[in-house]
Design a protein around this ligand. Structure first.
Ligand SMILES: [Ca+2]
Ligand SMILES: [Ca+2]
Length: 370
């Protein structure tokens, strides 16, 4: 199930070797040729970098041939990136609250579903559903009490009226006491709106994977090749989806920074909640990207395909990339805590395990404060 697509305007480029557009800031390679920022702009930039870490530019191998890897993680290919700043953690409820208080923003999950939009995404002649069904809501993980067919995700995802970022499990739940938890039920346009307000942007898929690897190129996991365990990150222990032993201490999302960071001091790049990227999702994105690539050459700052297609959700008009997996990841079903794992999701779909973090293109730290 997905909600109607709201106006999401996104420009991207098919070409592999294009640079990410940097809004009003300079790349490291040109910083010595430009005058320093005025004090007020420098202060604003410094404030916007609070809580972010510097990810130095470099190259890495994108994708994986691990036995757990899916076909959309291949072919593996070399990628080069400029350095950038990244939020050290997933955006928290406290941070998202500040955005909503400042702007009055209403998330997609809090808005009624517009039938005129929805009917563009269903077979012609489909009757208008009852108004009750078109009220605001979101998809909440609701575990069955017995083992079920793992192809039947509808058996554990329940459309829940009144579920949104303030009510993660439905109208009778709240985020009280969860200020440091990642915000969830976030649609792509919600994440984009927050990023714009914060003078940030969503990471490209390549930036996300490079950052998640933390300098460990070619490893299966963000901590190296050792297998996942309950001390590494917040995933699912037990039989999915009916038995959650929470050996890692968390049935659902954990407060950010509950587990050790990776090599770039980024937290929860494996598990906890999924994180939106700016790239449109195509299962064959890497094949298209490398088709005309000179052997041995690297893609420079790839920004994703110009059109999406997700064979797992072929009716979706648009899909964007999510990365990192969540507290629902289990090797029996979804080993997406791996840095190379990819997921496509319609932009209007926020779920109870989907959040985001942002990046900024700006000069590197000058005094070790990154
Ligand atoms: Ca857990
Ligand atoms: Ca995460």
């Amino acid at each position: 199930m997905h909600r109607p697509v709201h106006a999401v305007h996104f420009e991207t480029d098919d070409a592999c070797c294009t640079r990410v557009v940097a809004p009003a800031v300079r790349l490291q390679t040109v910083q010595d040729e430009t005058p320093p920022l005025p004090d007020d702009k420098a202060d604003a930039m410094k404030a916007s970098l609070k809580g972010m870490v510097w990810v130095p530019g470099g190259s890495f191998t994108m994708g994986s041939d691990d036995p757990l890897a899916r076909p959309d993680e291949q072919p593996m290919h070399p990628v080069k990136l400029d350095g950038f700043w990244m939020d050290a953690t997933e955006v928290t409820n406290a941070q998202f609250s500040a955005f909503v208080e400042a702007t009055g923003y209403i998330t997609v999950a809090e808005r009624p579903i517009e039938w005129e939009e929805l009917k563009k995404q269903v077979p012609p002649g489909t009757p208008k559903p009852p108004d009750e069904v078109l009220k605001p809501g979101s998809l909440v993980f609701t575990p069955p009490d017995h083992p079920v067919d793992l192809h039947r995700f509808d058996l554990w995802w329940q459309w829940t009226l009144g579920a949104d970022w303030r009510h993660p499990e439905g109208p009778n739940s709240s985020i009280e006491g969860r200020a440091s938890h990642p915000v969830v039920h976030i649609a792509h346009e919600d994440a984009t709106a927050y990023a714009k307000w914060a003078n940030k942007r969503l990471p490209t898929e390549a930036e996300w994977e490079y950052a998640a690897r933390g300098g460990l190129d070619g490893k299966v996991n963000v901590w190296g090749d050792a297998p996942v365990n309950a001390k590494r990150c917040n995933t699912w222990q037990g039989h999915f989806p009916n038995e959650n032993t929470a050996e890692d201490g968390f049935v659902g999302a954990a407060p950010v920074r509950s587990f050790a960071p990776n090599g770039y001091r980024l937290y929860d790049m494996a598990g906890n909640v999924w994180e939106w990227c700016s790239d449109l999702y195509r299962a064959d994105a890497y094949g298209v990207r490398t088709r005309d690539l000179t052997p041995g050459a690297a893609c420079w700052n790839p920004s994703g395909p110009s059109r999406s297609f997700d064979p797992r959700n072929p009716d979706a008009p648009t899909s964007y990339v999510q990365r990192g997996g969540s507290f629902l990841c289990n090797d029996s079903y979804c080993a997406s805590y791996r840095p190379s794992a990819r997921m496509g999701c319609p932009p209007d779909t926020g779920l109870s395990h989907v959040g985001f973090r942002c990046v900024v293109t700006a000069p590197p730290p000058s005094n070790g404060d990154g």
